[in-house]
Design a binder for this molecule. Structure first.
Ligand SMILES: *Cc1c(COP(=O)(O)O)cnc(C)c1O
Length: 230
């Protein structure tokens, strides 16, 4: 995609976010647009930053670290949204503001131990495997309360909310049913004493459904930057 097209694309995506928020009786400001730049060139990310995008998501650590270093002067907020290997936690703990796909206590403990006391706490979301798909990461809903309780006790981490990547559905009603499931799990945790303010849900194909069900962060790649280069 040509970076010159980005301002118009962003205007349209922001309008769609605002429209979905309005349909849910929410303000557009209650939804954070997280630009997912994985496999996309630096110039596209820089163009998005020029348009006021402040939050960027990356899935591949080496690629992410190079981009973060190259865009350091811009004071962006970086989110690690990929699967986390236990032996790669240190650069994540040292570099990112958010982690979205936490699903194991061992990884959470390493992140907590490796987060500097001088940095703000690392914001974390627990990934939930809402449809119990064998191919996907995430904690099963039945195991979520125990993991949330354990993570909430760790220092240097702030448990902010839940994240999911549900099965692809073309019907908005079916998309919404998965996202509603994550919202209910969040509400149940809050009823049990947690204070979770974040639902990281919705990608290019389903973000409007996610916003209707309460998404506070939508993770958008293709709809912003075009198809990822092979
Ligand atoms: C790649 C990716 C996205 C963005 O997907 P698009 O369909 O291109 O918007 C969102 N979340 C995660 C976890 C991803 O890996």
């Amino acid at each position: 995609m040509n970076p010159q097209n980005l301002p118009a694309v962003l205007r349209e995506v922001r309008a769609r976010i605002a429209q979905a928020a309005a349909a849910a009786g929410r303000s557009a400001q209650s939804v954070t647009l997280l630009a997912v730049g994985k496999a996309q060139p630096l110039e596209l990310l820089a163009a998005a930053a020029d348009c006021g995008v402040a939050d960027f998501g990356e899935s591949y650590l080496q690629e992410a670290l190079a981009k973060i270093a190259a865009l350091q002067a811009r004071a962006l907020t970086w989110h690690f949204i990929g699967r986390i290997q236990a032996n790669k936690t240190r650069p994540i703990a040292e570099t990112f503001a958010w982690v979205h796909a936490l699903d194991r206590l061992r990884v959470a403990e390493r992140l907590a131990a490796q987060r500097s006391a001088h940095a703000p706490p690392l914001n974390v979301c627990l990934q939930v495997n809402v449809a119990a798909e064998a191919s996907k990461g995430g904690v099963l809903p039945a195991e979520l309360p125990a993991l949330a309780a354990a993570v909430a006790r760790l220092p240097r981490l702030t448990l902010r909310g839940l994240m999911c990547i549900p099965p692809e559905e073309s019907e908005p009603a079916r998309q919404r049913a998965w996202f509603a499931r994550l919202r209910v799990l969040r509400d149940e945790l809050n009823a049990a004493g947690h204070r979770l303010d974040t639902l990281s849900m919705g990608m290019s194909g389903d973000f409007e459904s996610a916003i209707r069900e309460g998404a506070t962060i939508v993770r958008l790649g293709t709809v912003l930057f075009g198809a990822r280069p092979p």
